[in-house]
Design a protein around this ligand. Structure first.
Ligand code: GTP
Ligand code: MG
Length: 139
């Protein structure tokens, strides 16, 4: 049984480049309902906690520096089979390997600056949503 919620972040380089509106429009055209959305500017320490599963990996330092380098858009999305379908929708982690027409193919610059995040499991979607949105809010 798969859930119908996933969590996304439009990453700093993409927000800085002015693609927020285009990407939100594309997400809605893809049939995802925006349940919650916020623009935030996280610290390196917060980015480190968000990506704690990558502690010790060679890219962890650059990843947390990048994710705290400017404002990001965080959002909770709803659609059937949300996690798997959204991962497919945004494309492979490395934009060079992403399918034509995916968000990472169109807006990604490199493996490090790959435009957008998508949760990798229902458990991650729940943890990541809770990182930015309070349980007290109704979605
Ligand atoms: P996210 O949606 O951002 O979590 O990407 P992902 O789930 O497709 O990849 P993963 O969680 O494994 O890695 C998190 C982020 O670290 C990726 O989005 C990449 O920007 C970066 N990353 C992952 N693997 C590498 C790598 O081998 N080298 C570098 N430089 N960056 C990496
Ligand atoms: Mg990931």
């Amino acid at each position: 049984m798969t859930g119908n919620i996933t969590f996304t972040m439009i990453k700093p380089s993409t927000v800085k480049a002015g693609y927020t509106g285009n990407i939100i429009a594309k997400i809605e055209e893809g049939g995802y309902i925006i349940k919650a959305l916020r623009k935030v500017y996280i610290s390196k320490e917060q980015a480190g906690r968000f990506y704690e599963m990558h502690i010790g990996k060679p890219f962890y330092e650059d990843l947390t520096t990048f994710m705290s380098s400017g404002p990001i858009i965080v959002a909770i999305l709803e659609k059937g089979n949300a996690v798997e379908s959204f991962r497919k929708f945004i494309g492979a982690t490395d934009p060079a390997k992403a399918e034509e027409g995916t968000i990472r193919k169109v807006y990604g610059i490199s493996l490090s600056e790959n435009a957008i995040h998508g949760s990798d499991s229902d458990e991650s979607a729940c943890r990541e949503s809770g990182f930015f949105f309070s349980d007290l809010e109704r979605f």
